[in-house]
Design a protein around this ligand. Structure first.
Ligand SMILES: *Cc1c(COP(=O)(O)O)cnc(C)c1O
Length: 345
């Protein structure tokens, strides 16, 4: 059965920019997907995509960019190539927990007082919380080691202060509005120096090996050429991050105000934002809580209305739904969801 979804608010995989259909056809027509990844033509695509990331996302010139397959791969790269002893993982949700589990399987936390990498999830997609740049600045002041940030569901959606961490990464199926299978890995000169000091070279995706290849706009293995091309084309189309940030934050404020208006009454109707403290609420993923029965009913009714809401995740699987506030979503789609929620009440 072919499932046709009219509009999606799923926080990953999420709505792709509609232009991606044309860009994909173009990549095939132009032969991009058949180019050898060590050919001049393909290296130009990589070089231009890296340049556009620096330009559109305002990434400092001395921070390096590489492409890998997923954020999960980035979690392992941070552990294998950048962690000498062990890493610290203060987390508040399912993705942060998973990252800690993956890291500790590779480097068990035998001596946490010697931790040399601090791992933070800037935007916790599972429960709609975020670490503000102010909090990140505080971590930066207090922790002398490397800081690695998972910004999977916020990068390309809000402004990030790159200088506050040494490693940043995101897969592209969230705020970038692209199909899954590609991740952007950004690392500072300090991170590169640390990788050199550790000298870890045992993996196909060891950071030093990746870096060596990307210095020539190549990759250690045959990369997701289609994904990289689509990223380049989408970056050409999107505004600068400063403008995207204004739109995202305005929409987030409107969502939270709307949901406050709809908040649950004693009769059990209405919705409640899962996170009470406005200071830690995410701008890009909004988690809405309710009884299991009510959450189930609303997701079903939404689907019948042609709207896909995000399921809950991890501990909040059955008692929340999530609304992605990603740039590829249009004002018209947001209006449609608001009307639906008002009518459902
Ligand atoms: C989606 C997500 C991931 C996982 O991304 P993959 O591309 O599946 O590896 C990791 N962290 C966060 C915060 C996410 O939202």
């Amino acid at each position: 059965m072919l499932l046709v979804i009219m509009i999606t608010f799923y926080p990953g995989p999420s709505k792709v920019y509609p232009q991606v259909a044309d860009y994909a056809a173009e990549a095939v027509r132009l032969g991009i997907v058949s180019l050898n990844h060590r050919s001049a033509g393909f290296m130009e695509v990589i070089e231009e995509t890296v340049r556009l990331l620096h330009e559109k996302l305002a990434i400092p010139a001395d921070y390096h960019v590489a492409f890998v397959s997923s954020a999960t791969e980035c979690w392992e790269i941070v552990t294998q190539s950048l962690t000498a002893e062990t890493s610290l993982h203060p987390f508040s949700g399912a993705f942060g927990k998973k990252w800690a589990e993956y890291a500790y399987r590779i480097k068990p936390p035998v001596n946490l007082s010697e931790a040399d990498v601090l791992c933070l999830v800037q935007n916790e997609t599972s429960n709609g919380t975020q670490v503000s740049m102010t909090s990140l600045a505080q971590f930066r002041r207090e922790f002398s080691g490397l800081i690695a940030v998972d910004a999977v569901s916020s990068m390309a959606g809000i402004t990030l202060d790159w200088s506050l961490a040494d490693v940043w990464f995101a897969s592209v199926q969230k705020c970038f509005g692209l199909p899954a299978g590609l991740a952007v890995l950004i690392y500072s000169p300090a991170a590169l120096r640390r990788a050199e000091a550790i000298g870890e070279n045992a993996h196909y995706n060891s950071l030093l090996f990746i870096h060596e290849n990307f210095a020539r706009f190549q990759t250690p293995y045959t990369p997701n050429g289609l994904g990289i091309y689509l990223l380049m084309r989408v970056l050409q189309q999107v505004p600068s991050i400063a403008d995207v940030d204004v739109m995202t934050k305005k929409r987030a404020a409107e969502w939270y105000a709307f949901l406050a208006d709809q908040s649950a009454t004693t009769s059990g109707s209405g919705f409640n934002v899962l996170i009470d403290d406005p200071a830690v609420r995410s701008d890009t993923v909004i988690a809405v809580g309710g009884s299991e029965a009510r959450i189930k009913a609303i997701k079903t009714a939404a689907q019948q209305a042609g709207i896909l809401l995000g399921n809950g995740y991890g501990d909040w699987k059955n008692t929340t739904f999530r609304i992605a506030n990603f740039p590829a979503i249009t004002d018209g789609e947001i209006d449609q969801l608001r009307h639906f929620l008002q009518a459902f009440r």
